[in-house]
Design a protein around this ligand. Sequence first.
Ligand code: ITT
Ligand code: NA
Length: 208
Amino acid sequence: MLHYVTTNEGKVAEATTYLGESVGQVDFDYTEIQSDDLGRIAAHGAREAYRHVGDPVLVDDAGLFVDALGGFPGPYSSYVEDTLGVERVWRVGENEENRRAAFRCVLAYCDGDPFAASPDPVDRDDRVTAAATGAERDAEETEPLPVKLFEGVVRGRLVAPRGEGGFGYDPIFEHDGKTMAEMSTEEKNAISHRGRALAKFGEWFAER
Ligand code: ITT
Ligand code: NA
């Protein structure tokens, strides 16, 4: 059994549609570190979630990146949705001539197995940090748990809100003439950032 650790039911709906009933939700609010790197946030979350759950976990960190706004709200998408709201993100971007945007998702898998993961920049950075902190290292752990990362990106356009489906920023993100809120879960998975990350994960996981 794979545990998709998230407080977001929309993510779970997409993951179970993609991966089938071998996935279940664990509603655990792991620490989200402050970073402009989704991979770092997801990897940290996956380690904490694995320690909490004790079984293989998947964690994903996602965000909407608007080109003309320097990538805003990006890694702060969750905070911005809670504070400004999706409609006002559209208002911030609506007068821009260039409305290009991307959804990004980094899916992090951790099962405690040191041979599960190939080295990635996130792991290497963490090892450097761990090695540098001396006494703290002994108090905590020498080696961080390995995490395997899968990234998915979809490009589209910021638009005025349309559609009732999906969640989060889906109503203001258009891809191929439809907002993601106008797509079924299957349609969204076929082209979305999360769907692409899930596809990469699925391929890798099947070979293990
Ligand atoms: P967890 O961290 O518990 O998984 P969350 O909703 O906070 O739930 P993220 O930090 O990854 O998850 O999400 C960042 C924001 O981006 C948040 O406001 C989401 O609603 C939004 N978001 C994530 N994936 C999305 C998607 O596929 N479509 C639209 N919005 C999405
Ligand atoms: Na979050």
